[in-house]
Design a protein around this ligand. Structure first.
Ligand code: NIG
Ligand code: FE
Length: 398
């Protein structure tokens, strides 16, 4: 059995047992066998291995878990971005532009875009990514979007209820029927999750509940786009349905925060407890739509588990960079650097209900980032700087 030792780690973020909320170990080493973490401990006691990577005293942390990304699309909306920066508001109306371009693209064109963005994300430290459909909005186009997404990740999400497509504009009930019937049947074999954009101008709470219930009935896990553009019932619907995550959470009432906090459960995890419905914050969207950021501090202080993700898509957030989101969360959302790094790793894993990623403890998948920096703090302290020196995914140096 071939073993790889990552040695001479100045600061190791484990998100497990260790110092502080990130479970930090100093002067550490990690032994990797068969794609898994086999041992974590002081470098001085490191077991022998066939191969060795010298981290040179730098920081090492778990690969980022980007739990919210829309990578299957064609075209871009740079002109829409420019118009926003000149004062136009973001309404989500541009989604239909991307739907047109996506329907017109070949499978290979869509696949090439996912491959390009997946590669971009990996180079910036993302070792687990969720990928949604949602720019096809026909039975065939949603099914192929998910088929292509499944070539790149096991965390695929059916978002047939992104918006009502133009051809159904005056009969939304019929579109909901299509989503719950033939579209779900074609999508489900390629999907693990179901998502709905529950927002004024997209799907109301009754439609969202009906669609998510149909998805649950065929075994898909629930996640939601909720409370992005204004206050609304999405977050509480997510809690009602036992969603793994409600995403955006930009406009929350006290009742929304209380509902999320009420999903708290005790666990054998490092933190001792977490909320079974995670609030996933997507600061790239607020950055790119010039909107007020969500109040992460309020959620954290209420005991809600928070994840950070990119929301990578051509409309509201065309970034694949988790380090950028960490920097925004610290500077603009009053998260500490430790909270932001936790949210971008272990938090993302919780939002995907996974315990094999987001941590560096024995048994976890060996997804490690070697930084070109002595501490995880530099991810927020040195924004925009390419600090991801080396990525190891599934035990394999990339
Ligand atoms: O998460 N809010 C809905 N969906 C995406 C935006 C999609 C788009 O503008 O193309 C989001 O922000
Ligand atoms: Fe999104």
């Amino acid at each position: 059995m071939s073993a790889l030792l990552v040695d001479n780690i100045g600061e190791l973020v484990t998100n497990g047992v260790g110092e502080g909320p990130l479970g930090i170990r100093r002067s550490a080493a990690v032994l990797i066998e068969e794609g898994r973490v086999a041992w974590v401990g002081p470098a001085a006691y490191a077991p022998a291995a066939d191969r060795r990577i010298d981290a040179g005293g730098a920081a090492v942390l778990p690969g980022f878990v980007d739990s919210h990304a829309h990578l299957v699309f064609a075209g871009d909306r740079a002109a829409e971005f420019a118009a926003r920066m000149a004062g136009e508001p973001y309404t989500g109306g541009g989604i239909r532009t991307t739907v047109g371009a996506t329907r017109a693209a070949t499978d290979d064109e869509l696949r090439a875009t996912v491959r390009r963005l997946r590669g971009e994300a990996l180079r910036q430290g993302t070792t687990t990514i969720e990928i949604k459909s949602g720019y096809g909005l026909s039975v065939a186009d949603e099914a192929r979007s998910l088929r292509i997404a499944a070539e790149f990740t096991e965390d695929t999400t059916f978002l047939g209820a992104h918006v009502v497509p133009a051809e159904y504009a005056d009969r939304p009930d019929d579109y909901v029927g299509l989503v719950c019937g033939p579209m779900l049947a074609a999508a489900a074999p390629h999907a693990k999750w179901i998502d709905v954009f529950c927002e004024r101008g997209a799907f109301d709470v009754d439609h969202a509940r009906a669609i998510l219930a149909c998805g649950q009935a065929v075994g898909l896990g629930v996640r939601l786009h909720a409370n992005q553009l204004g206050p609304g019932p999405g977050v509480q619907l997510g809690v009602e349905l036992g969603a793994a995550s409600v995403d955006h959470c930009t406009h929350l009432s006290d009742a929304d925060v209380d509902a999320l906090a009420s999903t708290r459960i005790d666990c054998m995890c490092h933190e001792g407890q977490h909320t079974s419905t995670v609030a996933t914050l997507l600061p790239g969207a607020e950055f790119s739509t010039r909107s007020p950021y969500p109040d992460a501090r309020r959620l954290l202080d209420a005991g809600v588990t928070v994840a950070l993700a990119t929301d990578c898509n051509p409309g509201s957030s065309y970034t694949s960079s988790m380090p950028f989101c960490i920097a925004l969360a610290v500077r603009e959302m009053r998260m500490t650097p430790a909270e932001a790094v936790w949210a971008a790793t272990a938090g993302g894993a919780r939002a995907l209900r996974r315990d094999d990623v987001g941590v560096l403890t024995p048994g976890a998948r060996a997804d490690l980032l070697v930084l070109d920096a002595p501490s995880y703090l530099h991810l927020a302290y040195r924004p925009g700087v390419p600090l991801i020196h080396q990525v190891i995914r599934n035990g394999v140096p990339q």
